[in-house]
Design a protein. Structure first.
Length: 431
C-alpha cells in the first residue's frame, strides 16, 4: 500500500527522512514526490496520468545528486511536456532505442583499423612485447588490404585473400599465425557486439601451410667444423661466443640475447634466467660447465662495462632478439642474393646436413645429452620444459639440480673433446 505524506518539503526534512517498512513517498506538491526506501536511497519521481488513464512514475534522479530546487524545476519541465501531449516514460524509452540504433550504426561503421586499435589498447598491451609483433604483422599484411573497410563487412573470402598472399610470398608459418591473431581480434569484437559474425570461422591453419616440426640436429662432424665456419663467416666475437653458449647450455636465443651480467655468477658458475626472459615465464638456473663458463669470460671482456651480456652496438640496450638468427640465416642463403646492408658471406655457414638455426643448437645440445646417458626427465629440466601432464607435474616437483649440473658438465666435456684440435680459447683482457 502506498504510504504518502503531503507537505512542501525542506532539505532538512529530506535529509532526516527514513522508513522502517514499505517505501515512503513524500509529496512536495505539483506531482513531485520523493521515494524513500528501507535501504536509505531517495529518488525524485514525477507522477502523472498516461493516455490510458493509468498512473505513471517518471524517475527524475537521486537525492542528493539532484537537489530539491533542481527536482522542482525538472518536475515543472515534465508538466509542460504533458500539456504538449508528451509521455515522459515513453519519451525515455524512445530515446534509449534511438541511442541504441545510433550505437549500432557507429559500430557498423567501425573500420578494421579502428577495431585493431581498440583490441591493441585493451588486450594486446598485456602481451610480453606489448603487441609489437602483432602490430608489425598487421601493418604489413592486414591493414593495407582491410584497414579502411567496416569491420562488419569483412568476409571470409577477404581474410583468405590476405592469408593466401602471405603464403604466396613464401611465408606459410606467418600466415598460420596471422590467422590466429585475426581470429582473436574478431573474437574480441563479438564479445563487445561490434560485429555479429567471425569471418575466420571454419578457416583452418593447415589450409595455409602445415606447420613443419623441425628436427635439424648438427652432427658431431659438423660441430667439429663449426669453429672454422664461424671464422670464415666473419661472425663477431660476441656472436661466435653466443653460438657456443647456446650449444653448451641448450638455452633459447632470446635468453642469451636478453641476459644481464647481474644474473651470471661467474664465481659459482651459475646463470639465472629470470621469468621475464623465459618462454614459459618460469625462472630457470643453468649450471655452467667449464666450457660454457669460458664463453661467458669472452663475452664479459667484450661487454666491457655494459650490464648486458650481449650489448647492442648503437644503443644502451641488449642486442635485438632476432639478431643472432639473422646473422646465422644471412650466411645460409643458398642461391639467393645477399640482403641489403647484410653479410656478403651468404653460404659461409652451410653444412651438408642442411640449414640450421639458433634453436637447432638447443636441440642438438639436448640430443647430445641423451647420447651421453642423461635421463629424459633431467634433459627436460635442463630445457626448462613444463610437464604437460598435470598428474606427472605434481609428482615431478624435484629440481634435480645435481643431475642437471652433471648433464651440462658432460655436454661441455664432449664439446671440448670435439673441438680440441679445432679451436683454442684464450683469455681476453681489456686494458
Amino acid at each position: 500500500m502506498l504510504r504518502s505524506v503531503t507537505l512542501a518539503l525542506t532539505d532538512r526534512q529530506i535529509q532526516h527522512a527514513k522508513t522502517d517498512r514499505a517505501d515512503l513517498f513524500l509529496n512536495d506538491g505539483k506531482c513531485l514526490y520523493l521515494r524513500v526506501r528501507l535501504s536509505g536511497s531517495k529518488t525524485w519521481l514525477y507522477r502523472y496520468k498516461a493516455t490510458d488513464n493509468k498512473t505513471q512514475w517518471f524517475d527524475l534522479g537521486l537525492y542528493p545528486g539532484l537537489s530539491l530546487n533542481d527536482a522542482r524545476l525538472k518536475a515543472a519541465e515534465q508538466k509542460v511536456k504533458r500539456k504538449d501531449g508528451i509521455d515522459p516514460v515513453r519519451e525515455k524509452k524512445d530515446e534509449a532505442k534511438r541511442k541504441a540504433a545510433e550505437m549500432a550504426t557507429q559500430q557498423a561503421r567501425m573500420t578494421v583499423l579502428d577495431l585493431f586499435e581498440g583490441w591493441e589498447k585493451r588486450e594486446l598491451k598485456n602481451r610480453k612485447d606489448k603487441g609489437a609483433e602483432v602490430r608489425r604483422s598487421f601493418e604489413k599484411d592486414v591493414l593495407p588490404a582491410l584497414g579502411a573497410l567496416p569491420a562488419e563487412e569483412v568476409t571470409r573470402s577477404m581474410v583468405v585473400a590476405v592469408l593466401d598472399s602471405v603464403v604466396e610470398r613464401g611465408a606459410p608459418i606467418v600466415a598460420r599465425n596471422l590467422l590466429g591473431d585475426i581470429r582473436q581480434m574478431f573474437g574480441y569484437a563479438i564479445e563487445r557486439d561490434i560485429v555479429e559474425q567471425d569471418p575466420t570461422s571454419r578457416l583452418k591453419r593447415d589450409s595455409f601451410g602445415k606447420k613443419v616440426e623441425r628436427d635439424r640436429i648438427l652432427s658431431e662432424m659438423e660441430i667439429k667444423g663449426l669453429p672454422h665456419k664461424l671464422k670464415t663467416a666473419r661472425m663477431t666475437e660476441s656472436s661466435t661466443a653466443a653460438v657456443w653458449v647456446m650449444l653448451s647450455t641448450c638455452c633459447r636465443v632470446g635468453e642469451i640475447s636478453q641476459a644481464k651480467w647481474q644474473d651470471v655468477d661467474q664465481n659459482s658458475g651459475m646463470w639465472r634466467i629470470p621469468p621475464e626472459n623465459s618462454k614459459n615465464a618460469k625462472e630457470h638456473t643453468i649450471y655452467l660447465s667449464p666450457f660454457a663458463a669460458r664463453q661467458f669470460e669472452v663475452l664479459k671482456a667484450l661487454a666491457v662495462k655494459s650490464p648486458w651480456v650481449l650489448p647492442a652496438r648503437w644503443t644502451d640496450q641488449h642486442v635485438c632478439v632476432k639478431s643472432l638468427a639473422k646473422q646465422i640465416g644471412d650466411r645460409q642463403r643458398g642461391d639467393k642474393p645477399p640482403m641489403k646492408c647484410r653479410s656478403l658471406n651468404i653460404n659461409a655457414l652451410v653444412f651438408p646436413g642442411g640449414k640450421w638455426t639458433p634453436h637447432d643448437l638447443r636441440r642438438t645440445g639436448a640430443t647430445m645429452m641423451g647420447i651421453l646417458g642423461t635421463r629424459p626427465d633431467v634433459i627436460e629440466k635442463c630445457l626448462n620444459h613444463v610437464e604437460q601432464n598435470k598428474l606427472l607435474r605434481i609428482y615431478q616437483r624435484q629440481k634435480l639440480e645435481a643431475e642437471q649440473a652433471e648433464a651440462w658438465r658432460l655436454l661441455g666435456e664432449r664439446l671440448e673433446l670435439l673441438l680440441r684440435d679445432e679451436v683454442r680459447f684464450t683469455s681476453v683482457v681489456c686494458a
